[in-house]
Ligand binder design. Structure first.
Ligand code: IMP
Ligand code: MG
Length: 180
């Protein structure tokens, strides 16, 4: 285990088992729909690569990169850094997310994509921290990997200060790492 990690929350095995489980469900749902699978950069990249290989049906890949204007909790205004490269009008769209936290990102994304008239729009998030949801967020995940406690996690694509994305498991950082 990495020195900065206090404990492992989800092992590689638990992660892969859940991805396979979701794969069975998503394959059934999307087998005749040729969906556009939208990844939310950058955190989703690792989950995305695993997840699409468990969807045993034709699909198209696309990505959006969004971030909040400021780092503050209150602002909440989102900035699109990279748009989709596909026209999604009339298409089935599946959003993949690494983690559903305050919900601001997913709410913004759903509002933005709905305005482009997809045939359907669903959300699959690998992790969910429901305790963190803020008022005004009405969007719900259609498929969830693991519901986790209100703790900051890293690994499997998730970062702290752009570090730890390449850890193969999901872990909780040692508290002293935040104060560095
Ligand atoms: P939101 O608060 O639901 O809009 O989530 C915004 C983004 O914050 C997520 O897509 C993640 O990139 C990041 N995030 C939220 N919680 C965590 C965490 O526990 N670890 C690492 N990144 C997180
Ligand atoms: Mg993210």
């Amino acid at each position: 285990m990495h020195n900065d990690i206090e404990r492992v929350l989800l092992t590689e095995e638990q992660i892969q088992e859940k991805v396979r489980e979701l794969g069975v469900i998503l394959t059934e749902e999307y087998k005749d729909k040729n969906p556009i699978v939208v990844g939310v950069l950058k955190g989703v990249v690792v989950f995305y690569a695993d997840m699409i290989r468990q969807i045993k049906a034709p699909l198209q890949m696309d990505f959006m990169w969004i971030s909040s204007y400021t780092g503050t909790e209150s602002g909440g205004k989102m900035l699109v850094r990279q748009k989709l490269s596909n026209n999604i009008e009339g298409r089935h769209v599946l959003i993949l997310e690494d983690i559903f936290d305050t919900g601001r990102s997913l709410q913004f994304l759903v509002d933005t994509l709905k305005a482009q008239n997809p045939a359907s729009l669903k959300i699959c998030t690998f992790l969910d921290k429901p305790e963190r949801r803020v008022p005004g967020v009405t969007v719900k995940a259609d498929y969830t990997g693991y519901v986790i406690p209100n703790e900051f996690v890293v690994g499997y694509g998730l970062d702290f200060d752009e570090k730890y994305r390449n850890l193969p498991y999901i872990g909780v950082l040692k508290p002293e790492m935040y104060s560095k």
